[in-house]
Design a protein around this ligand. Structure first.
Ligand SMILES: *[C@@H]1O[C@H](CO)[C@@H](O)[C@H](O)[C@H]1NC(C)=O
Ligand SMILES: *[C@@H]1O[C@H](CO)[C@@H](O)[C@H](O)[C@H]1NC(C)=O
Ligand SMILES: *[C@@H]1O[C@H](CO)[C@@H](O)[C@H](O)[C@H]1NC(C)=O
Ligand SMILES: *[C@@H]1O[C@H](CO)[C@@H](O)[C@H](O)[C@H]1NC(C)=O
Ligand SMILES: *[C@@H]1O[C@H](CO)[C@@H](O)[C@H](O)[C@H]1NC(C)=O
Ligand SMILES: *[C@@H]1O[C@H](CO)[C@@H](O)[C@H](O)[C@H]1NC(C)=O
Ligand SMILES: *[C@@H]1O[C@H](CO)[C@@H](O)[C@H](O)[C@H]1NC(C)=O
Ligand SMILES: *[C@@H]1O[C@H](CO)[C@@H](O)[C@H](O)[C@H]1NC(C)=O
Ligand SMILES: *[C@@H]1O[C@H](CO)[C@@H](O)[C@H](O)[C@H]1NC(C)=O
Length: 591
């Protein structure tokens, strides 16, 4: 059983036996386990073990070979990482050839050292895992006298000969939408807005289902995209230059087929482990930090076109709100890292999938936008004292065709409906910034009768004090965060693969308050840092596994000042309280 609370036990042990030497601590992500027990493997192997020190642009490159004389149906990858020293959080991308199979961020290490491991079910990539693959793991790290933390990574594959309730049907073919750069021993990630993120793919003629998974994350000037302001307001506080980033807080990741819109993702606002307040995410990292979510789009309605035996162009674009552009849709800042994966299931008894032309009903995004800068005049000087704006967006789309396969004709439809609200108010030259955001959406696909819906509320308040250049005082941030990830419905990829059956529901909330101080020379915590983070996590679903499948799981945990103070896990669901408005408005407690 997985029910032990490893981190809690370790802290206790460390306290008992290691009074002088501080032990490394585990940094966890609250997540549903990939299975109820990891015992009983048919076989396992280490894919690689590598220390990422000065690894900027120098990925690990090696070969994955399938295990010999080992019968298996399920594959789990177990990543485990150790680090000690001073270091920022980093992003890491795992590729099998040109196909990205896992994107993770790292935790920020400490002088005492940290470690974590995370298990991801890779069964959907079965067709790749049965032949040799070039493994490229890009964890670009910087290693200097100041930044001394290397990330020591072990990636292990665990194979199980599981029985499934209905048939296990992982995709027959997998195609990358990527830079196709593995032959050069580099990552195939594409960087927007600069790259031309398109690829020409010739699908087999007999496809019955096809989906595209999109992986996209904002980095650099786009790391906190959801706190960005409309471009015409970046200079609202000229006394604080470079603090605000433009291109608005709205992002839409688009999938294009032959230049036509096939679906969109309004991304989950991921907070990396150095995000807003680096002290906050230890020992509990942000939602999805170790396994960054993909968004799946059903492209089955496109099959009559895609199965014509000719190459077609799959493209990924990321756009933002721009009040000055036509249709209010414009470009983004530097940069978004994107890839896509086309998963294909073959109609084994069919020669060619045919059908009607694709009928698209796509409404352009409809925006509501109200900016308001307030000025104050002191003596003969007028300046902006606060800047408020609300931005709302909604859109819906439906793409449909009639497809003929060996099992007959049917209407295949992919429909999406999305809504977005982002309200920000900043004072104190934008050093004080409050954000209230809500992204919601739903979709229906061509193969299940299940409507999938999701909701990502995020309330965030941050108040920064930046030390003057003399560096005799520390800078600080006070951060309040309350946010949730709520989904109900199916994961298209695991549902079509038989890994999951029917509807699943997942709900998790993180509520945190912290204060962090840092030295402009060295970003690491101080003894004065305080932090409190409580997380609730609850899952219910139908596993396709006959045994060891997770049907219900919950975890309730809390950290206070870098220590876990409680951690309850159970094979049952729990009540996850809803994200609340923040208790302060611009520093004033609500009485
Ligand atoms: C994952 O790997 C780490 C390090 O090798 C190991 O301690 C841990 O037990 C492994 N987890 C599983 C589920 O096998
Ligand atoms: C990481 O690996 C390097 C090189 O093998 C080693 O010197 C270092 O001690 C390791 N760090 C940790 C935290 O295990
Ligand atoms: C790519 O890496 C592999 C494994 O390290 C090596 O054998 C090969 O020579 C490299 N190829 C190129 C083009 O650098
Ligand atoms: C991007 O690539 C596609 C083909 O993959 C090509 O048709 C198009 O012209 C390219 N666009 C630019 C701006 O290079
Ligand atoms: C106030 O903000 C507006 C909008 O960003 C800007 O154009 C203007 O220059 C600002 N005024 C001052 C005095 O900084
Ligand atoms: C603004 O007021 C200050 C002090 O009262 C004065 O020194 C300065 O010349 C004034 N500036 C302008 C542009 O009027
Ligand atoms: C910041 O760290 C540097 C390097 O350790 C040190 O020289 C400096 O005194 C520190 N500054 C403050 C304000 O603590
Ligand atoms: C923004 O914050 C300021 C300072 O707290 C407040 O005076 C103002 O009313 C707020 N604006 C809005 C629209 O909430
Ligand atoms: C900024 O936030 C801090 C901390 O919440 C608060 O004490 C201060 O009054 C705020 N400043 C303004 C101008 O609202």
């Amino acid at each position: 059983m997985y029910l032990s609370s490893a981190s809690f036990a370790l802290c206790t042990l460390a306290g008992l036996f290691l009074s002088t030497v501080e032990a490394a601590s585990e940094v966890v992500q609250a997540q549903m386990p990939a299975r109820t027990s990891y015992e009983g493997t048919s076989c396992k192997q280490t894919i690689f073990q590598h220390s990422f020190a000065s690894s900027y642009g120098v990925p690990y490159v090696g070969i994955y070979s399938p295990p010999k004389d080992c019968s298996f149906t399920t594959t789990i990858f177990n990543i485990s990482v150790k680090s000690r020293g001073r270091q920022y959080d980093r992003l890491a991308l795992l590729f099998l050839g040109d196909i990205e199979v896992w994107r993770t961020s790292t935790a920020m290490p400490s002088q005492e050292g940290i470690f974590w491991s995370y298990q991801k079910d890779m069964t959907a990539f079965d067709t790749l895992l049965r032949t040799d693959q070039k493994v490229i793991f890009d964890l670009s790290n910087v290693f200097t006298d100041l930044y001394t933390g290397a990330f020591n990574v072990t990636l292990e594959a665990l194979y199980y000969n599981d029985k499934y309730i209905s048939e296990l049907t992982p995709p027959d073919k997998i195609f990358p939408i990527s830079a196709l750069a593995s032959s050069k021993n580099i990552s195939s990630v594409m960087s927007l807005p600069d790259d031309n993120a398109t690829v020409s793919i010739q699908l087999p003629r007999n496809v019955k289902h096809a989906i595209v998974s999109l992986q996209a994350s904002g980095n650099g000037a786009e790391e906190f995209w959801y706190t960005n302001v409309p471009t015409e307001y970046v200079n609202t506080f000229p006394e604080n230059p470079g603090w605000l980033f433009g291109y608005s807080p709205f992002r839409e990741v688009q999938l294009l087929i032959d230049g036509k819109l096939a679906g969109v993702s309004w991304p989950f606002p991921l907070l990396f482990t150095g995000g807003v307040d680096p002290g906050l995410w230890r020992p509990i990292v942000g939602i999805d930090a170790y396994d960054m979510p993909t968004f799946d789009i059903d492209v089955t309605p496109w099959l009559p076109l895609l199965c014509d035996g000719k190459p077609h162009v799959f493209g990924i674009k990321v756009v933002a709100f721009d009040s000055t552009a036509k249709g209010n849709v414009g470009t983004i800042g530097q940069n978004w890292w994107v890839t896509g994966t086309v998963f294909v299931w073959l109609d084994t008894h069919g020669k060619q999938t045919t059908g009607s032309g694709v009928a698209s009903h796509i409404s352009d995004p409809v925006f509501g936008y109200h900016p308001q800068a307030t000025t104050t005049t002191i003596g003969n000087t007028t300046s902006n004292s606060s800047f408020y704006f609300d931005l709302t967006a909604r859109r819906s789309l439906s793409i449909s065709s009639t497809i003929h396969t060996s099992s007959g004709s049917k209407v295949a439809t992919w429909s999406q409906s999305l809504a977005f609200t982002n309200i920000q108010n900043m004072t104190d030259l934008a050093f004080n910034q409050s954000l209230s955001m809500l992204t919601t959406g739903s979709h229906t696909d061509s193969f299940s009768s299940i409507r999938t819906s999701y909701s990502y509320p995020l309330n965030l308040y941050s108040s920064y004090v930046i030390a003057p250049a003399s560096k005799i005082t520390l800078s600080s941030v006070l951060a309040l965060i309350d946010r949730s990830l709520i989904t109900k419905g199916i994961n298209l990829l695991s549902y079509l693969s038989g890994i999951k059956l029917g509807s699943e529901s997942l709900s998790t909330r993180q509520n945190a308050e912290s204060k962090y101080y840092w030295n402009e020379t060295i970003v690491e915590g101080t003894a004065d840092d305080t932090g409190l983070l409580e997380q609730w996590f609850s899952y219910a679903g139908k596993s396709g596994l006959r045994s060891n499948g997770v049907r219900k799981f919950s975890r309730h945990l809390k950290e206070v000042d870098d220590e876990i103070v409680f951690d309850d896990e159970a094979w049952k669901t729990m009540n996850v309280p809803a994200t609340q408005p923040l208790p302060y408005v611009e520093g004033e407690p609500v009485v």
